[in-house]
Design a binder for this molecule. Structure first.
Ligand code: GDG
Length: 488
């Protein structure tokens, strides 16, 4: 907010994302509020609470329509309204083609290089274009002046920046791509690669989590579009305008002390809830049930760990939260089945009596429960095969004001560039990951504390307000530079 007030007073902020921050669900005849399992929402929500403005997103809950007035606007958060949520209604056909089809069967596997073949269908591409146009119309409807700051979120809206630029040439458009950008060779398989790049270059700034993804994006533009690239300043000039490509590592809102202290009995509560003995150790994983998160791989590592260190059988329990995600897609349904089969197999081989080494909780949980799990755990495992950033790693660190607990973190998650004191692993190597579990569980408390203290310092200072603030400062500088250049 300070950045906005000092750099761009009167600026109006509009966020566009597919996922909305609050979903209203009809459960047993009553309306219940749900916060979706989404890194994008976890990061953007505190920013909008501070900056206010309008958040445009697809309405996705069974009771959403009943909670809005006739203009589809609602003030949120419900208990302390700070900004406006503008819901957009898509037909089933539009949503299937744009979201499940082009975005999640095409762009998601393409960008993650997770060895799941991307599928590109012309009909999905039609829907993707139509939905991007629809959101552009709504941005125009919502914008009050000629120069709003529009924060376009993620791979669902690659065409939106250009569509807004055509009609609001002076808007500040900051597009953040929350997932990796692959190298130009991989990107080249997308039949509509040029259009995606052209669309994104309507932005004032295109942001990624890490420099590596910026470089891949710049290489893709270099290879497929007529453009002038200044690698020194990370600026691309194309069709008469300039776009900055920068890295902005996303983060979380640092919890205030009362929030974490309120949960100080977490370990006792969680151990009781899951029937664990006091002498046992607890490992946790928290994610959407997604094939990029390496959930099967961590279970294979656990298998290796028990195989090599059989004295741990009966003394370690792995609680895995796996919130349902995109479960109408075949790749997600078969991953769910594979997880169930592998967990049953491992529990069968290493379990006995009441003891089951893995508890797979394949349902959505409240944020309170996730916080308790983080605080109760001896070990948190993030084994993504590829991940833009990964906020679970940062949430775990932020929850540990006792400075205990060990983070095992994939080298392929953007977070591994910042959380250097985690035990960094290659999720494709189950034996080595199993050894990392052993090292974590045998680590002296002093060493845990030293590592955790350093990681907490990083997450505390590089929090989500710094993420948003740096983008806004860069946008203000860019605008001033353009103004001075035009007046010369
Ligand atoms: C994308 C990028 C990038 C999980 N289960 C539940 C639940 N969660 C919350 C976690 C966390 C969030 O969902 C997941 O965030 P991640 O960052 O780990 O992953 P993606 O959703 O894939 O996010 C990622 C992110 O965008 C931000 O740019 O870091 O790389 O893939 O906050 O706590 N939340 C609730 N119930 C659950 O069951 N309420």
């Amino acid at each position: 907010r300070q950045v906005l007030d000092s750099e761009m007073p009167d600026a109006e902020v509009i966020v566009v994302s597919n996922r909305q921050p609050y979903i209203h669900e009809l459960v047993n005849g009553r309306i219940e509020l749900q916060i979706p399992a989404s890194g994008l929402v976890s990061a953007l929500e505190p920013i909008m609470r501070t900056c206010s403005g309008t958040w445009i997103a697809h309405g996705s809950g069974s009771a959403d329509r009943e909670t809005v007035d006739q203009h589809d606007h609602i003030s949120v958060p419900p208990d302390k309204p700070a900004y406006t949520l503008r819901r957009v209604w898509l037909t089933d056909e539009e949503y299937k083609g744009y979201y499940y089809g082009f975005a999640n069967e095409g762009l998601w596997p393409l960008c993650h290089i997770a060895f799941t073949r991307p599928v590109f269908r012309a009909a999905d591409w039609e829907c993707y274009q139509a939905v991007n146009r629809k959101f552009a119309d709504i941005v125009l409807e919502e914008a009050k002046g000629k120069r709003p700051i529009v924060l376009v979120q993620d791979y669902h809206f690659a065409l939106l920046p250009q569509l807004i630029r055509e009609r609001l040439p002076e808007a500040i458009i900051i597009t953040f791509w929350h997932i990796p950008w692959p190298n130009s060779e991989v990107f080249s398989v997308c039949p509509w690669r040029d259009q995606l790049l052209e669309g994104l270059l309507g932005s004032s700034i295109v942001g990624f989590h890490i420099q590596f993804h910026c470089n891949n994006f710049i290489d893709s533009v270099d290879r497929f579009l007529e453009s002038r690239i200044d690698r020194e300043t990370s600026a691309i000039s194309h069709a008469g305008r300039t776009t900055l490509v920068h890295s902005y590592p996303i983060s979380i809102e640092w919890p205030d002390a009362t929030e974490t202290q309120a949960k100080c009995n977490s370990r006792a509560r969680i151990f009781e809830r899951f029937g664990l003995r006091e002498d046992m150790k607890l490992a946790v994983g928290v994610e959407r049930l997604d094939y990029t998160k390496g959930i099967l791989d961590r279970f294979h590592a656990l298998d290796e760990f028990f195989h090599q260190h059989s004295d741990w059988i009966g003394r370690l329990v792995f609680v895995q939260v796996a919130a349902p995600s995109r479960d109408t897609l075949p790749a997600y349904r078969s991953l769910h089945q594979e997880c169930l089969d592998l967990v049953a197999d491992i529990n069968e081989r290493y379990g006995s009596g009441d003891y089951r080494p893995i508890l797979l909780l394949a349902e959505h949980h409240g944020q309170g429960m996730l916080g308790e799990l983080y605080r109760a755990a001896d070990l948190c495992v993030v084994s993504s095969l590829h991940d833009g950033m990964n906020l679970v790693a940062k949430e775990f660190v932020a929850a540990r004001d006792d400075e205990a607990g060990v983070l095992v973190l994939s080298t392929f998650a953007g977070a591994s560039r910042e959380l250097l004191e985690a035990l960094i692993v290659n999720p494709y190597d189950p034996a080595a990951m199993g050894e990392a579990f052993f090292k974590a569980l045998s680590m002296p408390l002093e060493e845990q504390r030293e590592r955790m203290r350093r990681m907490r310092e990083v997450v505390r200072s590089n929090n989500v307000f710094r993420w948003a603030g740096s983008m806004l400062v860069d946008a203000a500088r860019l605008r001033d530079r353009e103004r001075l250049r035009d007046s010369w």
